[in-house]
Design a protein around this ligand. Structure first.
Ligand code: ASP
Length: 356
């Protein structure tokens, strides 16, 4: 993969207060209108013209752009590995990282990166925009400036937010707790099951008790093996046996995220339970996630989830779908044993689920 790289020292002639690596992958944020009014990717060497207030931050900014910026609908584990490898190889050279990314799949990418970067002690802040940076009312400027400020923020020499996060519309969320919830207005992200890590206004107010503690004692480890032989089986009233059979019958399938109702409930029809049981017996890990954005899966609470528990479906607690599917892919990339896989799904790797 080839990248374009530029360096901007906003503090010159003074020495910079922090060094930030911006990784530009594509998405709406980085688009500008050309003379004919068509949207084309933005040249980052002119970022100071578009966001002049960056000059007040006194930073050393390096921007690495994907040679061909992509709409985030085209993101896949290949790009997650590229982003992970860039952060891993540049880790000692920067105080923090900002990933500019389309909003559509940002929650998947932020979740994936949170699982890839074990022992993270520096901020990795994803952001994007609902309107291109060249648009009159664009949200890009505020999102980029504050994401950079958070990536550079330190206290007693340590990063304030040593996590993979999404900053959007004045709020900072844990990446693996976030969900895109809005495609029209600026408040595109929500984190229903976990408090915002910070809110920006006149000042940036950090929710310190909610932020993960930095893991400086251990070196950063990069997990970059994904097994994408997974599927999402969304339940709905009236689904047919052939729908379930075809999802569970995918070639090479190793893991399924079962999107259930409410607190983890499913229809009690024998054919459904038998198909899921058969899949588990064949070695497919099935993880139960609720279709509700808030609350948690409690297998066994209702009659309608008791049988799922009995046949060996793994309760995914309060994980988002985005966290569950990326976590499953990364665990399956490293692990073969089904008991180990279930234990790892149920453990909190980096704050993606609540243990009580
Ligand atoms: N389709 C765009 C993307 O996700 C939308 C955006 O950038 O917000 O890349």
């Amino acid at each position: 993969m080839r990248y374009n790289r530029i360096n901007i020292i906003t503090s010159a002639p003074k020495p910079p207060e922090a060094s930030i690596l911006i990784i530009y992958t594509g998405g709406t944020l980085g688009m500008i209108h050309d003379a004919q009014g068509a949207l084309k990717p933005f040249d980052f060497s002119s970022i100071l013209d578009h966001v002049p207030s960056l000059r007040q931050l006194e930073l050393n900014l390096t921007v690495i752009s994907f040679e061909v910026p992509i709409d985030s609908s085209d993101i896949s584990p290949t790009e997650w590995v590229q982003i992970g490898k860039l952060i891993y190889s540049e880790y000692d050279n920067f105080d923090g990282f900002v990933v500019l990314h389309g909003t559509d799949t940002m929650a998947y990418s932020a979740s994936a990166l949170s699982f890839m970067l074990e022992n993270l002690s520096k901020p990795v802040i994803f952001t994007g925009a609902q309107l291109p940076i060249s648009s009159f009312r664009s949200d890009a400027r505020e999102n980029v400036i504050t994401a950079i400020e958070i990536a550079a923020a330190k206290e007693n020499g340590a990063a304030i937010v040593p996590e993979v996060c999404i900053f959007f519309d004045y709020k900072l969320f844990r990446g693996n707790r976030s969900k895109k919830v809005e495609s029209l207005y600026f408040d595109a992200f929500e984190s229903e099951n976990y408090a915002a890590l910070a809110e920006s206004g006149v000042v940036i107010n950090y929710n310190r008790s909610a932020i993960l503690k930095s893991n400086k004692k251990h070196d950063l480890i990069l997990h970059d093996r994904f097994d994408n032989n997974v599927a999402i089986l969304k339940l709905y009233p009236g689904m047919t046996k052939s729908y379930v059979t075809s999802v569970l019958g995918c070639d090479g399938l190793r893991g399924v995220v079962l999107e259930t109702f409410g607190a983890g409930n499913a229809p009690t029809a024998n054919w459904l339970i038998e198909l899921i049981e058969e899949a588990i017996k064949k070695g497919i890990t099935v993880v139960n996630i609720s279709q509700c954005p808030g609350g948690t899966v409690m297998q066994g609470r209702y009659e309608t989830s008791k049988r799922l528990k009995e046949i060996g479906v793994v309760g995914g607690m309060d994980m988002t779908l985005e966290a569950a599917i990326t976590k499953l892919m990364i665990i399956l990339g490293d692990e073969k044993d089904m008991t180990e896989i279930s234990l790892k799904i149920n453990a909190s790797k980096c704050g993606e689920l609540s243990l009580n």
